[in-house]
Design a protein. Structure first.
Length: 228
């Protein structure tokens, strides 16, 4: 190996020692949505907290969220959203920074759960060379829930059915009360009829006794008259 080749090899080794490629200097500690449930056509945002666990500063050069959309016709569409923060953004050692990534959902996206691929591209500060060098790309995959548009209709129908069941139970209770009142009225009518029959029989007997007494009284009067 000649002198020129030796110098090139030493420079290459030195550059490998001074350039920190793919060093684990950044971590996405939290990644949350602004709400638990979304509907078709809605907008929202993801809150991303990034922590620098190294002894030197890092900076975020790109922060994105990629969503694999499954449409109702089972076609797949991938859309990528970026943070609205001004980049690059530096994070000092031992500190965290919070970013937001806004997104919008298509009106015909299929309901259910889908993973969102959140990715940050970072650079690490290198004091010996006074330069920024590419660092790792931390990722996070929060789970996005899209509620079915038919769920609200189903809940409304369930509520209507429950109200109808309550009305039916109330009607059945009212019918039972009416049946009870009808039976009670029938019993009263039966008692009245029986009493009327009894009064009728008593009246007939009373009339018969009266006629009998009247006849007996006349005969007694005839028998008691003196003979001329």
């Amino acid at each position: 190996m000649n002198r020129k080749q030796l110098i090139v090899s030493l420079l290459t080794l030195l550059s490998l020692m001074t350039v920190p490629l793919a060093i684990q200097a950044t971590t996405i500690t939290t990644c949350t949505f602004d709400k638990d449930t979304y509907h078709q056509g809605e907008t929202g945002y993801i809150t991303v907290a990034i922590y620098n666990d190294k002894e030197e500063a890092i900076r975020i050069t790109e922060l994105s969220a990629t969503i694999d959309y499954y449409y109702t016709d089972e076609n797949v569409y991938i859309q990528k959203f970026y943070t609205n923060a001004t980049l690059p953004s530096e994070i000092q050692p031992g500190n965290s920074s919070t970013f937001h990534v806004s997104f919008s959902l298509p009106t015909n996206i299929a309901s259910g759960y889908t993973h969102v691929y959140v990715k940050a591209i970072t650079e690490l500060w290198n004091p010996p060379s006074s330069r920024w060098y590419a660092s790792e790309h931390p990722t996070y995959q929060p789970l996005l829930y899209i509620e079915s548009p038919y769920k609200e209709q189903l809940e409304e129908q369930v509520t209507i059915n429950e109200q109808l069941e309550d009305q039916l139970e109330e009607q059945q209770t009212a019918n039972q009360q009416l049946d009870g009142q009808l039976e009670e009225q029938m019993a009263i009518n039966k008692n009245v009829t029986n009493m009327m029959y009894l009064f009728g029989v008593v009246a007939v007997v009373f009339a018969a006794v009266t006629v009998f007494l009247f006849i007996v009284n006349r005969r007694m009067r005839v028998l008691t008259q003196p003979i001329a």
